[in-house]
Write a protein that binds this ligand. Structure first.
Ligand code: ADP
Length: 464
């Protein structure tokens, strides 16, 4: 089997995947060509009133149906396992070449029966040259172009010397041109130039585009590799920082629990603040470790999770905190049925815990938080809404809240503690599960004093 893989190809598998898509696209277009041909025959015969001879009309109908039939066969072949994605077997490039050859034969016959050198259809050969140049190596397309041009001259002169009959579209071309040798030569040369120039231009364009695309892909791969190394390095360092902070924390605990010497009230107050700051530092470290882990992980583990039970577990853990803060926390499942998603339970627990703890943190006493589960809002997705009537998100900052380390100006002004990493972790976890996260503020629980925020997470059902 001849090797049709262009010499500049970096990744054969990727190229064959692109060609497969183009082949499928060609097959779809060819059904339209069949309809266009039928419309042309009817239109030219009954509206333009072209005086077709009977052999001409049979030939046109035969061409249209041949196109339809061979396209059905191509369609069948494209879905069968005859085509292999390897360079040395019958691959999508060979399939493309066969399709182009069939199309050129059909177009040559169509051109002949619609006037030969006078036929408007001869222009369509250029399309095939462009298409071929996008798919096949240049030597193959140049060979096809040369054969078409030779055939064109040969057929024109056979008609000129009356060795084959001439068929015309009489009402469109009132004066016959096929018997004018000067016209045949001028038109034939123009046609040849058009064919070769379009192959040359498309080929060099396709080649430089392909090379550019590959260079970009390689650069991106390089960047991803560098990012991976960076994340591993960050994780290592941050982990190292965590241990001394944990030691400081345990010493502070020893002092604060009065296991050593009694300490004066004023110092105890300062140490309590230092203790709180170590908690914050450990929270930041845990968030950074979680983000790095997510970035390193390309695949997540997937197991069946009853999403209502997972949310119930999180809500129950937060109940006492909410009672203490005088915040109502409710969990509803709209259709009251078991909803199973595939995913990593630890990661999903982390994501929903982050959303719920944000709502608790940013809602003042007397407020309400609703966690709602609904599987009919979006087809094949389950929606989990975490809605509050807390401080809300200012309109001017809505496009930044998923950025790492971003914290709202309103929450900073009011002195709420935080790292600005929680939502970024949530977004990455949701995206790792092929889901989506959206939010709105004000929320549906808003009133004149409480703007509120509602986060909606959509996770795919049957995500295998
Ligand atoms: P953090 O809460 O540690 O500041 P996050 O990444 O979790 O960081 O959130 C980023 C910002 O988004 C917060 O600083 C806050 O401005 C805003 N935000 C998140 N959740 C809510 C919420 N439920 N209500 C109001 N603002 C929120």
């Amino acid at each position: 089997m001849i090797n049709l893989i262009p010499s500049y190809t970096y990744n054969v598998e990727q190229l064959l995947a692109i060609i497969t898509k183009r082949n499928n696209w060609l097959i779809k277009i060819r059904y339209l060509v069949f309809f266009a041909l039928v419309v042309f025959i009817v239109f030219s015969k009954y509206i333009l009133k072209v005086n077709y001879t009977s052999s001409q009309i049979y030939a046109l109908i035969f061409i249209a149906f041949s196109v339809l039939i061979y396209n059905v066969v191509f369609n069948f072949v494209s879905k069968s396992n005859l085509i292999k994605n390897t360079a040395d077997s019958f691959n999508p490039l060979h399939f493309s070449l066969i399709q182009i050859i069939f199309d050129i034969i059909a177009l040559s016959v169509l051109t002949y029966f619609t006037g030969g050198v006078e036929s408007p259809f001869s222009i369509f050969f250029v399309f095939h040259m462009i298409l071929g140049s996008l798919i096949l190596p240049s030597y193959v397309v140049y060979t096809i172009a040369t054969l078409v041009v030779l055939f064109f001259f040969l057929a024109s002169f056979l008609e000129y010397f009356n060795l084959v009959p001439h068929y015309s579209l009489d009402v469109i071309f009132i004066y016959s041109l096929y018997n004018n040798p000067n016209y045949i030569i001028v038109f034939g040369l123009t046609f040849a130039i058009m064919m070769f120039v379009s192959v040359l231009l498309t080929n060099s364009l396709a080649r430089s585009l392909y090379t550019r695309e590959q260079e970009l892909k390689n650069a991106l791969d390089e960047l991803n590799r560098a990012e991976l190394v960076k994340q591993k390095y960050t994780m290592g360092i941050v982990h190292e920082i965590k241990s001394p902070i944990a030691v400081v924390q345990s010493y502070l605990d020893l002092i604060l629990q009065h296991y050593l010497e009694p300490i004066p009230k004023s110092i105890e107050e300062k140490l309590l603040r230092a203790r709180a700051r170590t908690d914050e530092a450990i929270q930041i470290i845990n968030d950074i470790i979680n983000i790095s882990k997510l970035k390193i992980q390309s695949e997540i583990k997937k197991e069946d999770i009853n999403i209502f039970l997972l949310l119930k577990k999180i809500v129950e853990k937060r109940k006492s905190q909410c009672e203490y803060a005088n915040i109502k926390l409710h969990l509803y499942s709209i259709h009251n049925r078991d909803i199973i998603v595939k995913g990593d339970p630890q990661l999903l627990e982390l994501a929903f815990s982050n959303l719920i703890s944000n709502s608790i943190k940013y809602t003042s006493p007397g407020g309400t938080i609703e966690v709602v589960l609904d599987d009919v809002v979006k087809e094949n997705f389950v929606m989990i809404e975490v809605c509050d009537n807390g401080i809300g998100i200012p309109d001017s900052e809505k496009d930044k809240i998923f950025s790492e380390f971003f914290r709202g100006t309103n929450v900073k002004q009011k002195g709420y503690e935080g790292t600005g990493l929680g939502l970024s972790v949530v977004k990455q976890i949701v995206e790792h599960h092929n889901g989506e996260i959206t939010f709105e503020s004000p929320s549906r629980l808003a009133d004149e004093n409480r703007r509120g925020t509602s986060f909606k997470v959509f996770l795919p059902l049957n995500n295998n």
